[in-house]
Design a protein. Structure first.
Length: 396
């Protein structure tokens, strides 16, 4: 089973001083700069050129192999016997794979990619409906490993760089396991662990046993529930937990949110706070503080996260004791209207901003659940700090 939204884990002793993002790399180091196209918060998707046509692909360091949507199968060679695809959670399922066709040309910006193959070829329509944009594939580590890759979340660009003369930030050792990058980071005050660094994950994952250990020490608490969309499998229910402290490379984050899973990963809810530079050949990742280093979540004010699922704007996460929870909103509810704005006549991005900006106000919401329309009123406090509604301390 392939889980699209995986986590990137950063755990290690960093070298060098803590740096703050500047305006970009030395021009002599820049090979090309590619604009991030997606409107999904902090999910790096770019146009790549296959043959003569452009197609939107997610840049996903959490995937060992690149994946093409079924409609691109004609670009590939003959199908090879099905391979068992292993997910980060440890499960396996059959996955169709195709050889590289002679003369296949794939480029990101002006840079041609090495097509090692074989490639996975999957029906990505379910993930597309959730992501609210039509992407055609996933650029995995088989295509990314040749580059120094920099993701600038503030400027919404991806840069391909030459080997670096100057450090672009705080250096952390990078370990490559099963072709994917891992780093050391620390849960709480003193619980180190290895994390998969996954740019294709909008929120990171924490092992359930780690959460139980941390919650026993009151360093973590359950704050909500939701689900994770998956390729080739039904959506998976998850518990949303909040950490009192999480550190990577000497940087500390408080009140961060995580999915519970069978693995540890670091997602873009952490990565987007940095200028992130991967030097795969040099086995290093560099972090430099970005403008959003101290930013909260985009659903913090009302305590719910919205996604698109099967064409409908859907509640994915509801924080416990949040305005949405108190109003009776639940994960899986389909949004019909927020305020006076019908969901069918707007985008999930606009509704997210509307909910995020509604502080110190009451916000009416209509949802559909099991064929019934439910009208509720969310009373949103005027000030929400950090990454959460109630603090960990107030929940004890």
């Amino acid at each position: 089973m392939t889980v699209l939204f995986l986590c990137v884990f950063l755990l290690a002793t960093a070298t060098g001083s803590i740096a703050v993002a500047n305006d970009g790399p030395d021009p002599s180091q820049l090979i090309d700069e590619i604009r991030i196209e997606t409107n999904v918060p902090d999910l790096p998707a770019v146009n790549i050129t296959i043959g003569e046509a452009k197609h939107l692909f997610i840049v996903d360091t959490g995937s060992a192999h690149s994946t093409f949507d079924l409609h691109l199968a004609n670009y590939l060679g003959g199908q090879v016997p099905e391979t068992q695809l292993r997910s980060k959670s440890g499960g396996e399922r059959p996955s169709p794979m195709y050889n590289v066709s002679p003369g296949l040309s794939v480029a990101i910006g002006k840079v041609k990619l090495k097509c090692r193959g074989p490639f996975h070829c999957e029906d990505l329509s379910a993930i597309n409906r959730n992501a609210e944009f039509a992407f055609s594939g996933i650029l995995g580590m088989d295509m990314l490993q040749d580059f120094v890759l920099q993701i600038d979340y503030d400027s919404q660009v991806i840069r391909l760089l030459r080997p670096m003369n100057d450090s672009p930030g705080t250096r952390l050792p990078l370990e490559i396991k099963q072709s994917c990058p891992y780093v050391l980071a620390t849960y709480g005050d003193d619980l180190p662990a290895q994390f998969l660094v996954d740019t294709g994950a909008t929120i990171g994952c924490m092992k359930k046993d780690v959460f139980l250990e941390l919650s026993a020490d009151k360093a973590a608490s359950e704050v909500g529930s939701g689900f994770i969309p998956q390729i080739g499998e039904p959506k998976r229910a998850t518990t949303i937990v909040q950490l009192s402290s999480f550190s990577v490379g000497g940087f500390e984050h408080r009140g961060t949110r995580w999915n519970t899973a069978t693995y540890n990963s670091l997602g873009t809810n952490i990565l987007c706070r940095y200028l992130v530079t991967f030097d795969f050949a040099g086995k290093a990742i560099y972090l430099r503080k970005g403008r959003r280093f101290n930013a909260g979540t985009n659903w913090a004010s009302a305590g719910l996260e919205l996604v698109v699922l099967r064409g409908a704007i859907t509640v994915r996460i509801v924080d416990e004791r949040s305005p949405a929870d108190v109003a009776g909103i639940a994960p899986g509810d389909h949004v019909v209207k927020i305020g006076e704005i019908p969901a069918e006549k707007t985008s999930v991005g606009k509704l997210r901003r509307m909910v995020s900006d509604a502080r110190g106000a009451s916000l009416a919401i209509t949802v559909e659940r099991d064929g019934r329309l439910i009208n509720r009123l969310m009373l949103i406090p005027p000030d929400v700090s950090g990454n959460c509604l109630p603090s960990l301390e107030s929940q004890q």
